[in-house]
Design a binder for this molecule. Structure first.
Ligand SMILES: Cc1cc2nc3c(=O)[nH]c(=O)nc-3n(C[C@H](O)[C@H](O)[C@H](O)COP(=O)(O)OP(=O)(O)OC[C@H]3O[C@@H](n4cnc5c(N)ncnc54)[C@H](O)[C@@H]3O)c2cc1C
Length: 418
């Protein structure tokens, strides 16, 4: 018999991976998902007999656990085609930076990033460590004299919606940017699931008790247990794993002081994907990125890049998914207008803009919050009032990071309560 009955809020990669680790530990997960589908930001959108990934796209060398799960569920991976940046290999753009050769700068970066990551764990209250973690990425790279890496960050950060080097902190960036991610980018060692991300999560979660369309009225929390109230009915649990953004969690329960610090220390951004059909856009490479939009935060909303999809329309047009990074100040109509103008500037004639989706994406840690101990608050919240946290806020906007966080949170939960 399972020992603990554990509620999981959110049926995205964070919640579903938490459910898997709870199940593996011999306990019983129950997942509450607000929407009528699971997967969260993993979303394969069907058009005709093909589908297009409007959310999660690639696995990298960091996605070890996810790739193991995909294999176990019969999901095949196909390698991403060539990726170009300003119509050249990304490495050409990066080599345009001054200073030592790229491999030397990359090694210096990785060593310094590992050192900072370790110090953030071992000395979280040290003011010097907090001050260093609160530096912006470009200020930190300038300190280390790594101009080529500064250029690399144009491709690594905003192109994927991970903030601008001039704004995002190095403390947040080193949490996810490791050797595996760098080498996956350099070698273009990235894959997409042939059957799609949505199909993967559907197969993955078949055995779990998942409550779709669950509108949670309230979450009661005490040192004795958890009560989840849905449509007036209270269900009792031994513990809770929340994987939803803290502002969503705040609507369900009263936050503790450290949880409030997390809520206030994070500024959610947006990422918009649009499915476009065109007859005269790129055919050779599969991905194109544009430095103009990636290096300049004042161009928020501009088109960062595009991926050519497999499907072809009846009129012969190819399909592309474009990406735009913004922060809630631009309306869907304005984002669409910017996209059309960027396409026109490139000489691309869009036949149709088939579907657009703006995601609540990338919980950017505020620099002042990092300096004030945001990372300590994130540690402190785990386990208080029988509540543990996973999801992008507590890891990164990458399925590999979210999965690793779920594993650590569930392990801690089981150690403390099991
Ligand atoms: C365009 C795009 C491209 C991406 N590309 C990649 C990639 O190539 N590789 C990669 O690894 N990752 C990628 N990601 C990131 C990845 O999809 C996310 O990091 C991941 O989905 C985060 O998982 P999560 O569970 O934290 O959040 P989400 O996926 O957002 O899931 C949260 C879930 O919680 C539910 N929820 C919210 N509030 C409540 C509530 N009150 N009650 C119940 N349920 C609630 C939501 O409906 C949702 O289903 C991409 C994302 C996007 C948008």
């Amino acid at each position: 018999m399972p020992r603990l009955k554990i509620a999981v809020i959110g049926g995205g990669p964070g919640g579903l991976s938490a459910a898997q680790f709870i199940h593996e530990s011999g306990n019983r997960p129950v997942v509450f998902e607000r929407e009528n589908r699971i997967g969260g930001k993993s979303f394969s959108f069907s058009s005709g007999d093909a589908f297009n990934e409007m959310g999660t796209c690639y696995t990298t060398r960091q996605h070890v656990i996810v790739k193991r799960w995909m294999k176990a569920h019969g999901i095949k991976l196909k390698r991403l085609g060539e990726a170009r940046y300003d119509d050249a290999p990304v490495v050409d753009y990066v080599k345009g930076g001054a200073g030592a050769p790229l491999p030397v700068q990359a090694i210096k970066f990785l060593n310094a990033a590992t050192r900072l990551r370790k110090r953030m764990v071992l000395e979280p209250a040290n003011p010097a460590v907090r001050a260093e973690a609160a530096l912006t990425v470009d200020a930190w790279l300038a300190r280390l004299d790594l101009p080529k890496l500064d250029l690399a960050m144009h491709r690594i950060l905003p192109a994927q919606g991970y903030g601008y080097a001039q704004e995002v902190t190095i403390g947040q960036t080193v949490q996810w940017l490791d050797f595996d991610i760098l080498i996956s980018g350099v070698l273009n060692d990235m894959h997409m699931p042939v059957e799609g991300w949505s199909e993967f999560w559907n197969r993955f979660s078949k055995r779990f008790d998942i409550r779709l369309d669950a509108r949670i009225d309230h979450v009661e929390r005490s040192e004795d247990g958890i009560g989840i109230i849905v449509a007036g009915e209270r269900e009792r649990f031994d513990a809770l794993v929340s994987t939803v953004p803290m502002d969503e969690f705040a609507k369900l329960t009263t936050l503790l002081p450290a949880e409030l610090a997390v809520l206030e220390g994070v500024a959610w951004q947006n990422y918009t994907t649009t499915l476009v059909s065109s007859k005269n856009w790129f055919k050779g490479a599969q991905v194109h990125g544009y430095s103009r939009a990636c290096k300049d935060p004042s161009l928020r909303g501009a088109m960062l890049g595009s991926r050519r999809e497999g499907g072809v329309m009846e009129d012969g047009a190819s399909l592309y998914v474009t990406g735009q990074f913004s922060n809630g100040e631009l309306t869907p109509a304005e984002l669409r207008e910017i996209l059309v103008s960027d396409l026109t500037r490139l000489g691309v004639k869009a036949e149709t803009l088939i579907y657009a989706r703006t995601w609540k994406y990338f919980p950017q840690y505020k620099a002042e919050a990092v300096a004030d101990g945001l990372f300590s608050a994130m540690h402190e919240v785990q386990g208080a009032r029988r509540t543990w946290f996973s999801g992008a806020t507590f890891s990164h906007e990458l399925v590999s990071s979210v999965t690793a966080r779920s594993q650590a949170s569930v392990r801690d939960l089981v150690n403390r309560l099991g």
